[in-house]
Design a protein around this ligand. Sequence first.
Ligand code: NAD
Length: 421
Amino acid sequence: METKICVVGLGYVGLPLACLLSKEYKTFGFDVNTQKLEDLKNGVDITGEIKNLSECQIEYSDNPEIIQQANFIIVAVPTPIDDTKKPDLSLVKSATEIVGKNLTKGTIVVYESTVYPGCTEEVCLPILEAESSMQLGTDFKIGYSPERVNPGDKNHTIDKVIKVVAGSDNEALEKISEVYGKITKIHQASSIKVAEASKVIENVQRDLNIALMNELALIFDKLDIDTKEVIEAAGTKWNFNKYYPGLVGGHCIGIDPYYLTYKAEQVGYDSKVILAGRGVNESMITFVSDKLKSNKKILIMGLSFKENVPDVRNSKAVDLISKLKDTGHEVKGHDPLLNGMVLKLKNLILHLVKEDFLPEWPPEEKFDSIIMFSPHDVFKDSKYNLESLKSICTAEPVLFDLKGFYNKEEAEGVGFKYLTL
Ligand SMILES: NC(=O)c1ccc[n+]([C@@H]2O[C@H](COP(=O)([O-])OP(=O)(O)OC[C@H]3O[C@@H](n4cnc5c(N)ncnc54)[C@H](O)[C@@H]3O)[C@@H](O)[C@H]2O)c1
């Protein structure tokens, strides 16, 4: 039987995947966001991840019945946390209900959303069975294949990295391996739980490594030692892993650890190291804002959650703006990557930084301090050089260069007090 795929959720994960698969298989793309579907039909991908969208033969639809035409379904919808930092599975559950209602016999449903170990079988499977009135094994199968896509990273695209796959039985695993094996290299995990856990610990590990560097940065700040110089020196040892301090935002690294600690708690384990790391990473906002106590008016450059990505969701720049405003600062933001998106993301941007988003460079106002938050490549343009930055500042300004984008000596040379993490 011909394999026909439907990707449910066409975001940072689902769209590139659907695009690659469409070169091998008949591929449908289902999403609940009709505006996004309109854009995609017109060849526009606002995430900027897919450059040649017209080469992807995806049949887009917001009609759930399109799912019935597929016998291989991939679910890639968001898995955020709620206000109490617990997993918010509402979107996975609602997508699963839709899939269940439109499930046909013999279909395999593969989850790509990041979840805690056990979620696919304990939460999603019962919904699929209830909505479809079918049974796992005899009527349909499930699988899990975590995603490693790294927005803005053109080197580690799906086709170039190994993909972990798991199935509810051997037959499912073989089929899932065959499908993903057409587009990339695969690693077969022995169970869905193993595959789920493997994804979540990738981000737990990264979060903790950054947390350690953040803690060192807090200590070295008190000792008046330059953290990056210390890391460079220590990095000359063969088994020292170089990580750098930073504000951890985005949809993965700062979120996924809470999925694991939630599940750990459910089974009676109180995670200590993972949550301590989260605590340190979350505290960095206060460290940065405390350093700028005496600087009234601040400009933040690069508002997205990391460099070279036009995505402000879960950006710590947003939290930093709130924190600085709460402590009496006047804060404005500038981000050339978001200029074209201001209308598209109007509510989001306006909600986050209100009227304080400055699209033009150089801005006409003067600032007491500048924070280089997400150092996009566009900031390498000469119009963003240190002289230009200095020209929009009052006397004796601070440049808080979070990721060390500018050269310290050069920044001090043009008259900035230079800070970094
Ligand atoms: N973005 C990343 O870098 C990344 C990397 C690895 C894993 N993940 C994980 O992949 C999952 C998806 O993340 P993303 O960044 O692609 O999210 P996204 O927000 O970019 O896209 C998700 C899409 O799902 C759609 N959607 C929401 N509910 C739906 C429903 N019921 N039916 C159909 N579509 C629905 C949304 O409209 C949106 O287009 C998450 O679990 C995330 O943790 C993300």
